[in-house]
Write a protein that binds this ligand. Structure first.
Ligand code: FAD
Length: 496
């Protein structure tokens, strides 16, 4: 420890996508931000398939979107699934509707070492400081409030740093989340284990789907097959808990045996060799990753990303939840520091919106696994209410992805805001239509008003980021709750 107390506005624990997004957003408001990161970057991480909301929504707000676009990541136009009762693979595209312009109807498949490094360097460019190879060991408390953290540097020296807000963005492996209070509740539904590695020379889906994630269900669970570069593929088996013994023992043999169980993946890997060197050289196992903390904040401390919650690898929501929660928490911190709203109101809004988004994915992903065992699924409902010609799932995804994509059907700055508003109106009525079937009964997926709210908020985040201008008066998402500022960076008091 040193003489003279180090003090920041915000200390962020962890430089993953959650931490660096939050750091960038808060630094952009002129606050002093310090990121403490245990590793040296670039470092390996799993979670390589992203959603358009991250790339074109939150990353546009921080200004890192151009850098991502220039980084050469594989464009992901959608997903291809061998899943459910249909024996044939089916594909959804983020822009299944031909009227949607292509510019933003994609996400990326990313090597996380590169992606996370770009985001972290961008946060530094926006004014955040970063220290590597420092491990945060605990929070410092002053009565009820968290006022800083203790960390150990690479030499083993202990330090203290104080902050008005500590952000736990340390992912799922650290224990810091305990200091927020409450408990980490593990899901009773999502209890799979994942075994994954990397291959060179794996086959590609035919164009234009060659960048899609390929997800293939089989007897013991399902495989992800993610094309990271033309030559490199991320391959993971997610097996249900009752098949856990299948990934015991020698991981190499276990993975090969699982691949043998799954003809499509086996065929795609028939000419491929497993990478055995470098960051992709080892086979890895992950389990116990589906949980949520019962508290997301206390005075002076807030959890974002995997530190707070994660649902399941299917449908690639992890980085979306990390970056979206970073945006919500950044608004709370910046508004509270600026004295615009009370801390209590700001973080209550953060927690409510974050829990709703998490809940939406939880509900949606449960339905997706239900579909795996029962073809009479949510997607059947989606097809019925949308009355379109595509398969059930395409019908569903067309609307869901169309929400994002149609927000980006904007090419001129002049008329953009106007067109945006009419799109929003269209969107809201589309959601209303979707929520009831022909007999006026609520369809299961949209019975939850949380789903509708989330889709509306998602549309707003992306359109704000895209337009960077006034979209007209916002309305609170929750009764008596806060609204967002025009630039999306702050909370404001709702209408009296
Ligand atoms: P992380 O990315 O985990 O970053 C946390 C950082 O904190 C790390 O850099 C770490 O070194 C640092 N840190 C940890 N402890 C400390 C400490 N004590 N002091 C200082 N620093 C610390 N998501 C997707 O979007 N798409 C996918 O395809 C996908 N696939 C997945 C597959 C599997 C099997 C699993 C388990 C998850 C998957 N995810 C996926 C989820 C994704 O990995 C996470 O949701 C995402 O990485 C969370 O980001 P984060 O910023 O919260 O944390």
């Amino acid at each position: 420890s040193s003489e003279g107390r180090e003090q920041y506005d915000v200390v962020v624990v962890g430089g993953g996508p959650g931490g660096s997004t939050l750091a960038a957003l808060v630094a952009m408001r002129g606050h002093r931000v310090l990121i403490l990161e245990k590793e040296t970057f670039p470092r390996y991480q799993i979670g390589e398939s992203l959603l358009p909301s991250t790339i074109h929504g939150v990353c546009r707000m921080t200004g890192v979107a151009e850098k991502l676009a220039a980084a050469g990541f594989t464009p992901k136009k959608g997903g291809t699934f061998r899943w459910g009762a249909n024996a044939e693979p089916w594909t959804f595209s983020f822009s299944v509707s031909p009227k949607i312009a292509g510019a933003t109807s994609h996400a990326f498949q990313v090597e996380r070492s590169k992606f996370d490094n770009i985001l972290l360097e961008h946060a530094v460019e926006k004014g955040a400081e970063v220290r590597f190879r420092v491990s945060v060991t605990d929070v410092i408390e002053d009565a009820e409030r968290v006022t800083g953290v203790r960390y150990t540097d690479a030499d083993g020296t202990e330090h203290e740093v104080h902050a008005t807000y500590v952000v736990d963005a340390s992912g799922n492996g650290s224990r810091l989340h305990k200091r927020v209070g409450g408990t980490r509740e593990y899901s009773q539904f999502f209890r799979s284990l994942a075994l994954f590695g990397y291959f060179e020379g794996g086959k590609r889906l035919p164009a234009p789907n060659s960048g899609n994630i390929l997800s293939v269900a089989f007897e013991s669970g399902w495989f992800w097959y993610i094309p990271l570069t033309p030559d490199l593929t991320s391959v993971g088996a997610v097996v249900r808990r009752e098949n856990a013994d299948k990934i015991q023992g020698d991981p190499e043999r276990a993975l090969l045996a699982l691949i043998d169980e799954c003809p499509l993946i086996k065929e795609y890997l028939s000419d491929a060799t497993r990478v055995t060197e470098g960051q992709y050289g080892q086979l890895r196992v992950r389990k116990d990753y589906s949980y949520h903390q019962t508290n997301f904040w206390r005075p002076g401390l807030v959890l974002i990303g995997d530190a707070a919650c994660f649902v399941d690898p299917v449908f690639s929501s992890g980085v979306h939840l990390a970056t979206y929660s970073a945006l919500l928490a950044a608004r709370s911190i910046s508004s509270s520091l600026a004295g615009i709203v009370s801390e209590e109101a700001a973080f209550t809004e953060f927690e409510a919106r974050y829990r709703r988004e998490y809940g939406v994915f939880y509900e949606f992903l449960m339905s997706f696994y239900d579909m795996h065992v029962d073809e009479d699924s949510y997607f059947w409902s989606a097809k019925k209410v949308t009355r379109n010609q595509h398969t059930e799932l395409e019908s569903f995804v067309e609307l869901v992805a169309g929400v994002s994509s149609s927000e980006f059907d904007l090419d001129g700055a002049e008329s953009a805001a106007l067109r945006m508003k009419s799109k929003s109106a269209e969107f809201v009525s589309a959601i209303d239509e979707m929520s009831a079937d022909a007999d006026g009964n609520m369809t299961p997926l949209f019975r939850s008003s949380a789903v509708r709210q989330a889709m509306q908020e998602g549309a707003q985040v992306q359109s704000r980021a895209f337009l960077g201008e006034d979209l007209g008066p916002d309305v609170p998402m929750f009764p008596g709750g806060l609204i967002t500022s025009d630039d999306g960076m702050l909370w404001q008091p709702g209408p009296a």
